[in-house]
Structure formats: structure tokens, C-alpha cells
Design a binder for this molecule. Structure first.
Ligand code: 3NM
Length: 208
């Protein structure tokens, strides 16, 4: 994958959209210029089964319309079924080597938190890694403690050209710290979902 695809990585599920229609939040973000999208359906009342599939297909087709890669969080079967461009997995999910067998030419992203996980992901064939939480986040109840940018800096030194995205509590005000530490981009939920001017927010993330 291109490192530039990670510039503004929008993540969303229905629970993140407050009273707005999730599809219009996504379309707004696509119009605003996000560079990649991940469907992450979590929370107390996540869509499931046919409803989830229908929603995922609608997200998929919007992303296609705007030429933006569409990634599914965790759910390998759903990603395959709807022909997503890729999958993002955490440390507790299916091992990368097993996923790669099913996703030969697709994007595989992995969340990593330390050197050991980073090396394992890169050597296991991941296409990019997500490092976080950099700052405090309200969007992931089971997130680890905010780690700041130290590991991100080390990861960039270890792998000067590997695609890396920072995640967790990133806003247009602190994004520069993440980019200066070596990330190719920022992955965000609330900064875009809760923005009342998504076009401006996305442009700010792009440094414009
Ligand atoms: N993963 P927000 S933090 C989905 O650290 C996710 O791996 C994280 O949401 C990790 O931009 C996080 O609203 C939530 O802080 C990011």
C-alpha cells in the first residue's frame, strides 16, 4: 500500500455517530477528503448479521464511489463476503499468516504496542501497523494507557519506510506531534465523527 493512503484514516461504526445517520457521516468524511476508511462496528448495540452486512455493503459502495480504500475491523468473514479492500486486526484476533492466506492481494493492518509486536507484524506480512493509543481516548473503553509518541518514534527508526499510522485521542491540535514522531498519518474516530465542520477538520489533518 502507499504510505500516503494513511494520511487521514477515518474509523467509524454506528455507535460513533450520535444522532446522525452513519452513512451521511461517512459520505461527509469522504467528501472532506479522508484517504482510507475502516468500518469498526462495536458497542452495546452493534449491528449484526444481515443488518451489518447491508450497512457494510453501503459503506463499501460509498468508498468505491470516492476511490477510498475500505477496511473492515476484525471480521474476516464479513471482509471476504463483501470484498473489502482489507482488514484490520488487533493482537487478540486471528494471526496474520492465517489471514494472508485468505487475503492474498488485500491490505492487512495490525495494531501494535511494542517492539516485539511490531517486528512480528512486519515479518508476518502486515501492510501497515497502527500504533496507539497515543493520547487519551474516549472511543475505546478497553484501550491501553496513553503511550505518547516514544514508541512511535522508535518504530519509525526501526522501519524507516514501513507504513505506520498513529491512533487514539488525535485531534487537529495534537496531530503534528504524531506526524513529527514519524507516523504517515492519523487514525481518528471522534475528531471527525463529532466535528461540526468535517471538511475543515480533514484539511487541518492534512496540514492545510
Ligand atoms: N484503537 P478516537 S484507540 C479504535 O489504541 C482505537 O489501538 C485504539 O478513537 C488503539 O480518535 C482507538 O476518538 C479509538 O480517540 C480512537
Amino acid at each position: 500500500m502507499n504510505r500516503t493512503d494513511l494520511a487521514v484514516y477515518f474509523i467509524m461504526g454506528t455507535e460513533n455517530c450520535n444522532n446522525e445517520s452513519p452513512l451521511s457521516v461517512l459520505e461527509d468524511a469522504l467528501k472532506a477528503g479522508i484517504t482510507i476508511f475502516q468500518l469498526r462496528e462495536k458497542g452495546n448495540e452493534p449491528l449484526m448479521g444481515k443488518e451489518l452486512e447491508q450497512f457494510a455493503r453501503a459503506c463499501r459502495s460509498l468508498c468505491k464511489q470516492y476511490g477510498v480504500p475500505f477496511i473492515v475491523n476484525d471480521d474476516v468473514d464479513l471482509a471476504l463476503k463483501i470484498d473489502a479492500d482489507g482488514i484490520h486486526v488487533g493482537q487478540d484476533d486471528t494471526p496474520i499468516e492465517e489471514i494472508r492466506e485468505k487475503f492474498q492481494h488485500k491490505i492487512i493492518g495490525v495494531s501494535v504496542h511494542n517492539k516485539e509486536e511490531m517486528v512480528k507484524a512486519v515479518e508476518g506480512g502486515a501492510d501497515y501497523v497502527g500504533i496507539g493509543p497515543i493520547f487519551e481516548t474516549k472511543s475505546k473503553p478497553d484501550a491501553k494507557k496513553p503511550a505518547g509518541v516514544d514508541f512511535l518514534k522508535d518504530a519509525r527508526k526501526m522501519y524507516p519506510n514501513f507504513p505506520i499510522v498513529g491512533i487514539g485521542g488525535i485531534t487537529p491540535f495534537n496531530a503534528h506531534m504524531v506526524l513529527e514522531a514519524g507516523a504517515d498519518g492519523v487514525a481518528v474516530i471522534s475528531a471527525i465523527c463529532n466535528s461540526n465542520n468535517r471538511s475543515q477538520t480533514v484539511q487541518q489533518f492534512k496540514g492545510k
